[in-house]
Design a binder for this molecule. Structure first.
Ligand SMILES: C[S@@+](CC[C@H](N)C(=O)[O-])C[C@H]1O[C@@H](n2cnc3c(N)ncnc32)[C@H](O)[C@@H]1O
Length: 337
């Protein structure tokens, strides 16, 4: 563990890596996430190093519905002090990277149903050089090409899906970052079979290998446990890891037919899932875990969380809203504290 008083050109981790832990759960690439956690999950050994980090970290994936632009409104609503933190709908992880950059984390347990999200984080953390190398190769093949050749390259990469074609973890992570940065609107969208299916975007000069951003994110992830898990396993995971606070940013309940964009991970996040999520939050509440949840502002969501603190923040309209309705839209933030 680094001493807080040692000066070093290397950023000092906020907390000891939990990488020595056995995996929370091991799922093959294409299989569904379930609410079971396989095997015992030991507690993370935690070390407190009260020192600000050298360089802020940011999401390395573009994520529609990501919280980056809402962070200035959300962070003041968090509990004070350092957090034993869980984020069960990780996506691009905007909140995690901000909290790490602020030195607010004592530990972090990051989970998502998406095998690609989890794999990309783990590869970035464990072998950033290999990931950078593969992304440079994608950039070398893609950027000099004309529009037709770029599209052909994109669809060739897209069609080599890890559940159809054997590929190692690094290639899979590079595939995700490449597709995320070259697809239409940075939209990571999967069909019901879990196959990424967003079309090619047409950016003149996309940054395919944002090396500084990747290395900063890798340093932040070095201290985190990242695993594939369904949100229904959160109470068990919080108990096993001594989590005291969770931030939940699920696929939003659609407020209209046109805003029904909630199929990030191989299937819609239906109203029944929203209700089960509210039950999960009540279980966390009974277990003494504090939580904050984001969702759309509608009667259905407000009804699910009746009795908890509900307030609103103003968000930029989502990509799928009507082009003529610009400006902001209210979202709810629900808290049990
Ligand atoms: C709104 S996004 C999270 C965005 C993230 N907060 C950010 O700032 O980028 C929702 C995430 O929930 C994940 N997800 C969908 N269904 C899930 C489930 N049943 N359990 C866990 N994660 C799920 C999706 O894969 C997606 O990454």
């Amino acid at each position: 563990m680094s001493s807080p008083n040692v000066r070093s050109s290397q950023p000092i981790p906020q907390f000891a890596s939990t990488r020595a832990l056995p995996p929370l759960r091991v799922l093959d690439g294409g299989g569904p996430a379930t609410n079971r956690v396989t095997g015992p999950v030991p507690r993370a050994g935690l070390h407190i190093v009260p020192q600000p980090v050298a360089e802020p970290a940011q999401p390395f994936l573009k994520w529609v519905g990501g919280k980056r632009r809402l962070l200035d409104q959300l962070v003041p609503l968090l509990p004070t002090g350092r957090l034993r933190y869980a984020e069960p709908f990780l996506g691009g992880g905007a909140m995690f990277f901000r909290l790490w950059s602020l030195g607010r984390l004592e530990s972090a347990l990051l989970t998502d149903a998406s095998a690609d999200v989890v794999n990309a984080c783990n590869v970035l953390r464990d072998d950033v050089d290999a990931l950078v190398g593969r992304l440079r190769a994608h950039a070398h093949a893609y950027l000099p090409a004309d529009a037709d050749a770029r599209a052909a390259y994109f669809y060739a990469v897209r069609d080599r899906h890890p559940s159809l074609v054997p590929m190692d973890a690094v290639e899979r992570a590079a595939r995700m970052v490449f597709l995320n940065r070259t697809c239409f609107n940075g939209l990571w969208r999967e069909n019901r079979r879990g196959l990424f299916n967003a079309p090619h975007g047409r950016y003149d000069a996309p940054t395919l290998c944002p090396e500084d951003r990747l290395r900063a994110a890798a340093r932040a992830l070095d201290a985190a446990t990242v695993a594939r898990a369904d949100f229904r396993s959160l109470p068990n995971l919080c108990r096993a890891h001594g989590v005291t606070f969770a931030y939940l940013d699920p696929p939003y309940h659609p407020v209209s037919v046109t805003s029904a964009f909630n199929a990030y991970s191989g299937g819609a996040f239906a109203a029944t899932a929203q209700a089960e999520l509210a039950d999960t939050c009540r279980a966390l509440d009974r277990a003494g875990v504090r939580w904050m949840l984001s969702n759309s502002d509608c009667d259905f969501v407000r009804g699910l969380y009746r009795g908890f603190d509900i307030r609103t923040v103003q968000a930029a309209r989502a990509v799928n809203c009507k082009g003529d309705r610009r400006g902001t839209v209210a979202e709810v933030v629900v808290r049990n504290y």
